[in-house]
Design a protein around this ligand. Structure first.
Ligand code: PRP
Ligand code: URA
Length: 209
């Protein structure tokens, strides 16, 4: 599917299966999400632009590659997107963070914003929007709308599970935003949950409900 990368690495797929299982503990779920976050980060940063700088090793001067441009921004959608953050920051410790507080109204399934705090110079940075679940896509679209209003131009969306309906809606609303996911499941149920999915990611991460 154009614009969507399915990260089918065996480690990601194995860990996702562990996360889906309903008996997985809160602690185990959180740890796995953190680990998968790292692996997805590795994939989503694969094509970052590089430049060469001159350094001296203990033996000689050399031209060596480094990532070009301004620091990345990770933009987790609260709450569950935070589950990706630590793993990604372990790999990219200098990244900036934009927090986007959204919850899905259970009746209308529309995203309701309750918090937004982002670096001021989004226009100059690559922004990775993070949320494990892309279901109706209402949350992802609202988050990206907001980041674009604040100047972001170069965005990527990273999730763990997507519904086909959510992918289609995202691509219609934001065709410029590429998606990375570990899997695209069968469908959404009548309550907007991904089937077979893994349930409510935020509740499973934090032991709520
Ligand atoms: C979940 C999930 C996404 C959203 C996805 O959050 O973490 O943000 O639903 O659904 P959508 O694609 O249909 O918008 P939720 O609203 O349950 O909030 P929480 O993370 O605070 O539990
Ligand atoms: N949000 C979740 O946490 N899970 C779903 O399946 C859909 C939305």
């Amino acid at each position: 599917m154009q614009g969507v990368t399915i990260v089918d690495h065996p480690l990601v797929q194995h860990k996702l299966t562990l996360m889906r299982a309903k008996e997985r503990s809160t602690k185990g779920f959180r740890q796995l999400l953190n680990e998968i976050g790292m692996l997805l980060c590795y994939e989503v940063t694969r094509d970052l632009p590089m430049e060469h700088i001159t350094i001296e090793t203990p033996l000689a001067e050399m031209r060596a590659p480094q990532i070009a441009g301004k620091k990345l921004v990770f933009a987790p959608i609260l709450r569950a997107g935070v589950g990706f953050l630590d793993g990604m920051l372990d790999l990219v410790p200098s990244a900036r963070v934009a927090h986007i507080g959204l919850y899905r109204d259970p009746e209308t399934l529309q995203a309701v914003e309750y918090y937004f705090k982002a670096p001021s110079d989004l226009a100059d940075r690559l922004v990775m929007v993070l949320d494990p679940m892309l279901a109706t896509a209402n949350s992802a679209i609202a988050a990206i709308d907001r980041l674009k209003q604040r100047g972001a131009k170069d965005l990527r969306f990273v999730c763990l599970l997507a519904a086909p309906e959510g992918v289609a809606k995202m691509q219609e609303a934001h065709p410029d935003v590429r998606i990375w996911t570990a899997a695209i499941d069968e469908r959404l149920n009548d309550h907007g949950y991904i089937v077979p999915g893994l349930g409510d990611a935020g509740d499973r991460m934090f032991g709520t409900r």
